[in-house]
Design a protein around this ligand. Structure first.
Ligand code: UD1
Length: 371
């Protein structure tokens, strides 16, 4: 079984790593090829994850880089078509919801190649999110849809997807978290930064709706700045956000003194370093998708600064609270958490570190009868 595995952007790497590991248990049955589209290319957004996660280097790097949505998607499609024609895979595996996920799905399907989507069925119902468009296009085309929870199954069935294509396997990103948790806990970054367990918050921010609009970004930074007067907030800043902060002239919200309180900007952190910081955080503020799931498993309260989420299970069962991007709502949610007014939640079904194993088992079974 010749499988092309596709990664492109930071949140793809921790989803693909356990799949490759699981495939490597069957060297006689599976021949995996790893393709990196190059959507993310900075050392801190890409290479450092391969090192942290012990992933093999990509066999093929398409080097497409940044651009508008159409430019980036088109460049990935043109380059990936050549790879598919050269290598003639039986199957392409895509993960998550980034432009690389959608572009490679469309390309492979038009060449008649079967495609599997890992993390299928998530829906925010927000068509202003580029990722929602990517998710819809990808799922409608894929032959195998691997889901993380029952809500995703329900979404796909409601869209008319054949139940036989859907496999509820759990969450591959949590496979990676469980594997690296122990290692991350042993780092000494927290001490180096002068932070005490439960004595700080972490922040991530990169959604276009939050960072490309000056008022939205300013409101969020005002709220975060206020929270940071109670406890330091560590903010590994995404390249897109850094660019916008500078162009809007909002650098004044960040700490330049040597007091510990305040909002501390860092470069994007490696996987292990960031996991280490999140494990000890009193609260996490984010607009990311994956972090909502990671905090649910870690039992750390999470404030999601978005009006909706494609991962509602993290609110229903986990530690996540959706608050939108308005200053007052963010502050009110932070106050509730700081006063201890939050439930610890539970870990969703099959988020147990074995999702990748299940996926490979399914593929070996269903693909042996395919063609
Ligand atoms: C992408 C994904 C988003 C994911 C995020 C994680 C899409 C539509 N979006 O958003 O779902 O949550 O990755 O980070 O696929 N840049 C760099 N260096 C890099 C990569 C990007 O400087 O290595 C800068 C460039 O200025 C670029 C901008 O960030 O134009 C945006 O990058 P892009 O890949 O288009 O989307 P993200 O915002 O990273």
């Amino acid at each position: 079984l010749k499988i092309i595995n596709v990664v492109g952007a930071r949140p793809n790497f921790m989803k693909m790593a356990p799949l490759i590991e699981a495939m490597n248990h069957y060297p006689d049955a599976i021949h995996p090829i790893l393709v990196h589209t190059g959507q993310h290319y900075d050392e801190k957004m890409s290479q450092s994850f391969f090192v942290d996660l012990g992933m093999p280097r990509p066999d093929i790097d398409l080097g497409v880089g940044s651009g508008s949505h159409a430019e980036q998607t088109a460049r990935i499609m043109v380059a990936f078509e050549k790879v598919c024609l050269d290598h003639q895979p039986d199957l392409v595996i895509v993960v998550g919801d980034v432009n690389s996920t959608m572009a490679c799905t469309i390309t492979a399907k038009k060449l008649g190649i079967r495609v599997a989507h890992v993390e299928a069925g998530l829906r925010s119902r927000d068509m202003l999110m580029p990722e929602e468009i990517n998710r819809l296009c990808t799922d409608v085309l894929c032959d195998y849809l691997f889901t993380t929870d029952y809500i995703a199954d329900r979404n796909l069935l409601a869209e008319g997807v054949d139940a036989q294509k859907i496999f509820f396997v759990g969450n591959v990103m949590i496979d990676t978290l469980m594997k690296h948790r122990q290692m991350a806990s042993q780092l000494d970054l927290r001490e180096k930064l002068g932070l005490t367990p439960q004595g700080y918050a972490t922040l991530t921010l990169h959604r276009p709706a939050n960072v490309d609009d000056r008022d939205a970004l300013k409101g969020i930074l005002e709220a975060v700045h206020e929270i940071s007067q109670t406890m330091p907030v560590i903010f590994p800043i995404h390249p897109r956000t850094k660019k916008m902060v500078e162009s809007f002239g909002l650098e004044g919200f960040f700490n330049t003194s040597d007091t510990v309180a305040g909002v501390w900007i860092t470069e994007p952190l490696g996987y292990l370093e960031f996991l280490h910081l999140n494990m000890g955080a009193r609260l996490v503020l984010t607009d990311s998708g994956g972090l909502q799931e990671e905090t649910t498993v870690l039992g750390v309260p999470c404030i999601t600064m978005r009006p909706n989420t494609e991962r509602p299970i993290t609110c229903e069962e986990g530690t996540n609270t959706l608050v939108g991007h308005h200053k007052e709502a963010i502050l009110a949610a932070a106050q509730r958490i700081l006063h201890g007014d939050t439930a610890t939640g539970q870990i969703p079904e099959k988020w147990d570190g074995r999702a990748a194993e299940r996926i490979v088992d399914v593929l070996l079974r269903v693909e042996s009868g395919a063609n």
